[in-house]
Design a protein around this ligand. Structure first.
Ligand SMILES: Cc1cc2nc3c(=O)[nH]c(=O)nc-3n(C[C@H](O)[C@H](O)[C@H](O)COP(=O)(O)OP(=O)(O)OC[C@H]3O[C@@H](n4cnc5c(N)ncnc54)[C@H](O)[C@@H]3O)c2cc1C
Length: 388
């Protein structure tokens, strides 16, 4: 099979700077050399490739679009291309980079005190410390406003009680951003690993994102100093601002998974013979490939514009919802179609399509499900919220 060279039907590379193309090549080579060699085995054994964390740190991929504190200070297109290339390898490593950069580092960078920023951002940027973001609870995912986790102020401390579920990086995190209800509303807190009363446990038996750590967090009378409150976070709005950063990255990332599936389906159908001819010579197969190419190209145009709006500072949350909703759907449909085009082989770890298909089921659900983004768009169109 021919090796992956990227998919650029509309010559969108003409719109990229030399620096953006160089960054994409660096990450593409890293994924080819370091991630793809073991990913099938990692996935089967449900192992996150932790050994790659210092490497992604050294490449400057963590918090790459943030300013200062050792961050790479890249533009949003370069950041998107990084996530696209990582997710071409596996959604698990892309999820790690998204959570670390968009949910944890962005959060501390935007809402933290100078002391918090100096303490955590340089270490998180290098991959010397790991972060997680605890918003979802066992009884509330799409509706975080119904969270039960509480933080009560007592003297110069807060006492946290509650639990979180489905938290990426939970058991390996040195610092957890925990969202909890206070008298003044929902606020974000930093809870450090090893704080008495703070326990974590991995969720086993996942069908999706198997090469990623997903955990439960338990908080039982966890006492933290009041300086661990993120001083500039303002209720759930701040959590949603972090989610928007991550959703932006996911809109780019899933294009990588879609491209990988398209590439494998194309190469396979050129080689595979059925009824004495290449699969690629049949009209039904060509129709599927044409549909994939069209949808990937449309998705590329969406994120290109999304990055421009983000760079200009005019990006709205509903613009991100449209891209997250469309691009996750597109990538999942392409992965399902590619899996089918490989026949029985499409169900084996030796081929990448089944793994991407399973991952994308979770990516479609996290960071706002398809339905929740539909409701966000519905509100943007009509002015009427239909969430409850
Ligand atoms: C692998 C993985 C990693 C994750 N990592 C993190 C993380 O790091 N941090 C974190 O905080 N969370 C994380 N999550 C949780 C994720 O964000 C939630 O699963 C997601 O928000 C959906 O919530 P839920 O699972 O509770 O589903 P629910 O909210 O119970 O939704 C179930 C179904 O109901 C639909 N639905 C819900 N409300 C409505 C409505 N008003 N109208 C119509 N339909 C509706 C949904 O679209 C969905 O189809 C992760 C999840 C996974 C799978």
């Amino acid at each position: 099979m021919e090796s992956f060279k990227g998919l650029d039907f509309y010559n969108l590379d003409e719109l990229l700077t030399q620096e953006e193309k160089m960054i994409r090549k660096t990450v593409r080579d890293f994924v080819d050399k370091e991630l793809l060699k073991n990913i099938a085995e990692n996935y089967e054994k449900a192992l996150f490739p932790k050994e790659l964390i210092p490497k992604v740190g050294a490449l400057g991929l963590l918090g790459a679009n943030l300013k200062g504190y050792g961050c790479a200070e890249l533009g949003n297109t370069a950041y998107g291309l990084i996530l696209q290339e990582l997710e071409r390898g596996d959604s698990g490593l892309r999820s790690f980079v998204s959570v670390q950069g968009s949910l944890v580092m962005y959060h501390i960078h935007t809402f933290g005190s100078e002391v918090q920023k100096k303490k955590w951002l340089p270490k998180l940027q290098k991959g010397e410390a790991i972060g997680c973001f605890g918003l979802t609870e066992p009884d509330s995912g799409s509706d975080p406003s119904s969270m039960k986790t509480k933080a009560e102020k007592k003297g110069g401390h807060y006492i946290l009680n509650g639990s979180k579920a489905w938290i990426t990086n939970g058991t390996v995190a040195d610092v957890a951003v925990i969202w909890a209800r206070t008298k003044e509303g929902i606020r974000g807190f930093l809870v450090e690993k090893g704080t008495p009363g703070f326990e974590t446990r991995d969720i086993k038996g996942k069908l999706a994102l198997r090469a990623s750590i997903t955990s439960e967090l338990f908080l039982s009378d966890v006492k933290i100093p009041e300086e661990n409150l993120l001083p500039h976070s303002e209720g759930l709005k701040s959590a949603l601002m972090c989610l928007n950063q991550a959703r932006f990255g996911i809109s780019w990332g899933v294009i990588g998974a879609a491209e990988a599936c398209y590439h494998q389906a194309l190469e396979y159908s050129k080689e595979r013979i059925a009824f004495k001819k290449q699969l690629a010579s049949y009209q039904i197969v060509q129709q599927k490939l044409a549909w994939m190419l069209t949808e990937i190209t449309k998705a590329q145009l969406l994120v290109w514009r999304l990055s421009q709006l983000k760079d200009q500072g005019t990006l709205k949350h509903y613009h991100i919802s449209l891209a997250k909703r469309n691009n996750c759907w597109m990538a999942l449909e392409i992965a399902r179609m590619a899996r089918d085009m490989l026949g029985a082989n499409g169900t084996a770890y030796e081929y990448i399509v089944g793994r991407h298909m399973c991952n994308l089921e979770a990516v479609k659900t996290y960071e706002g499900t398809h339905d929740i983004h539909t409701l966000i768009l519905g509100e943007a169109i009509t002015g009427i919220p239909a969430f409850s």
